[in-house]
Structure formats: C-alpha cells, structure tokens
Design a binder for this molecule. Sequence first.
Ligand code: PLP
Length: 431
Amino acid sequence: MAPSKHAQTLSLHAGYRCDPATGSVAVPINMTSAYQFQSTEHAAKLFTFEEQGNIYTRITNPTVEILEKRLAAIEGGSAALALASGQAAAFYAIQNVARAGDNFVSSTELYGGTYNMFKTILRAQGIEARFVDPSDPENFRRATDSKTRAYFAETLPNPKLNVFPIAEVAEIGKSFGLPLIVDNTAAPLLCRPFEHGAAVVLYSLTKWIAGHGNSLGGALIESGAFDWSAVPERLPAFNAPDPSYHDVVWSNFAKPFGPVAFTMKGRGSLMLNLGSCLSPFNAFLIMQGLETLALRMRAHSENASAVAAYLNEHPSVARVIHPSLATGAAKARATKYLKGGFGGLVGFELKGDALMGKKFIDALKLFYHVANIGDTRSLATHPASTTHSQLLPEEQIAAGVSPGYVRLSVGIEHIDDILSDLTQALQAAGA
Ligand code: PLP
C-alpha cells in the first residue's frame, strides 16, 4: 500500500494487500493450530527466532498478525500483541514489567474489573498496585519508589470521564525510566497517547474497535520510542536473564528486530507460557469493525454530545458527565487530549432517590441494558449494581460510581430515536 499517515486509510489497508495464493482481498481466516515445518532445521531456527515464521497459533497466527500490524500502524507504534480480551491485556501489561516484590502506580479511575484484578489477583502474586488520584499528576511521583516498575491509567475513564493527564505523568515516568501504560479503550483515534509520551497503549478491542458487540479481544501496542534499557536497574524484567525463555535479556535480544522489546517479551514469555491468544475468527471480526472505526467514532461522539446537551437541560437530571460539558481544568485536558470528538460515553444522575436510575433503565426500549460499552447500538448500565459491584462502597465513590448513577454508551442510531427513547424512559421513571 502507498504510505499513509491517516488512521482512516490505515484501518483499511495497513499490513495486508491481498492473499498471495488466492488474491483474496478480504483477510483470510487462518483457522489452524499449527504450521508445517519445511525441515527439522527450519523448525529449530523458528524456535530460536533465527528465522521468523509461524509455529503454533498460541504464539502467532497470520490472521491475528495482520490485525496486530494494523493496530500498530494506526496507533503510530512499532508493534502490537493481540490477546483474547481487554482484561487479559491489562494482566499481561503488568506481568510483562513487574515480578513478585515489585509495585506499580495506577490511577484510581479505572474500569471496575481492572481495579479488582489489580487489587486482588496481582496482589496475591506479590505485585502491589499503588492507587493514586490522577487529578494531581505529582501523586504518581510521590508513590514511586525503587521497586516501582510502571504507571497505569485510562485515557477516558468511566464513570467520571475526566481525561487523564497523559503527557504530565509520562514526563514524570521518563525522569525515573518508567513506562506509562494507557488504556485507550474509550477513545480510539480521538486520543493518540504515543504523541503525549505513553510507552504502551492498551485496548479492549471488544468495545469501539470491534464495535459491533460480537467479539471479545484485547491488544497491547508499544510506541517504539520508550527505551526499556535506559535505566537497567529500574526494569529488571527487560535487563536481567529471563528463565522463561532461554535466559534471554529481552532488551538485548529484541534489538535486531527493532524497538519491540515489550511485544517480543509479551509474546515469547507470557503468551507462549500462559495462553490468552486471540482467536483468528475474532481477529477477522475485529478487523471488519476496524474498517469503519473513524466513521463510527465521529457518529458516536456527535450523538453522545447531543444526548449530553439534552440531559443537561432536563429538569429532573441532577448532573450530566460528558467531556463536552467539562469546565476548568477538566475542560482544558479534554480539549488537549481528545481531537475530533469527545467519545460515546455519557453519565448522569437523576434527582430523587437512587431507585430512579434503576426505574429509568427498566423503562428503556431502544437502549439495551447490558454490561458493555462501545457497541453500534445504544446501551445503558447501572454501574453500582453491575460493572463496579465488586468494589467496596467507598471504592465505588472514589471511582465516581454513586448509587443513582446511570451510564450510557450512545450508539449510532438516528439521534431523534435516541432522544425519544430517553424522553419516554424519563417519563416512565416519573422524572
Ligand atoms: N478496559 C476498559 C476501559 C473496559 O471498559 C473494559 C471492559 O469493560 C476492559 C478494559 C476489559 O475488556 P474485556 O471486556 O475485553 O476483557
């Protein structure tokens, strides 16, 4: 393909032109577990990375590889690792940099599942998540010590929808030699974390990238600009021998392949040993979604801004959360980091008791009541009883989940139909 810097073009063309054997323009789905070796010598060379090629679909697959190349190209990164879900991507992101006895500093404003995994599963493995309030970037510096291995945050965390100060925290990280890992699930294309200094971008592909509510997937993309060996004692996972893969030192071993140490280690150590690989069929569906991502993000953002404006004028609505309505420092961050739209998520709270929010959700007819976001269809959730229910009441409040809070993931239906469903549900709830 002719080179392009436009994500809209790359999402259709990057990484693949046509199948050399058949001429197929659509990406073929390679449903195979293993690959025929040309000889025993060839097989041995593949295993030592002397030659590149497919061994087993847990490690690489030609369909999944095209998705990985496409995601890396769109994001402006050097390489990507696709995974079975966004949750697996968050788990691998930390496992790739930290070991028992280490810690990492994370924003408190996270998807409930990520927060819970950090707090319980990783802690049980001896990796401590140090949660800090992201409104002051200096909190990340304050929580850092000699055992800190990374910073972690979400670009546009729901429910608060306060855009994370990526450049400010990446800069603090750089002063220590620490990578900033950014979950950009809610703002693909709208925010470009690498341009602000992030080292790794994480996606739940399940959401807007796949976009049609039909397939789970996750991805870790590395920028290629972060030097994993700049301060070797800071990142022993990359600068000391790794017994899980022939005692290689990943920052040296990856050098001939380019600035791809994070991805190579994720694949050669974690994916090889733990699994969590993406199905080639899901990769195909996700690429189908990716083709229209730019159009959909525009439509989601336009509809969500219109919904936020409508709710903001409604007499029964106590508060509305959407970056288009942000003021002060939050507005400055939203306009600095989000370009071409403010995303499809809208939060709001009804006046009256907490039951109002539940009654409203039960009365919706067009919106689906589901534990998902980023579908083409409009979706609604009551986070306190679903996505954030594993959190303690005080943790829910810290994450911005009050009992009456309703989260909308605004779809791409006609705006008149979306607003009329909201109107009738508000009436039915007695609002
Ligand atoms: N990150 C964010 C911001 C999410 O909203 C979610 C899921 O809701 C995840 C990660 C986890 O992704 P998945 O559901 O694909 O495992």
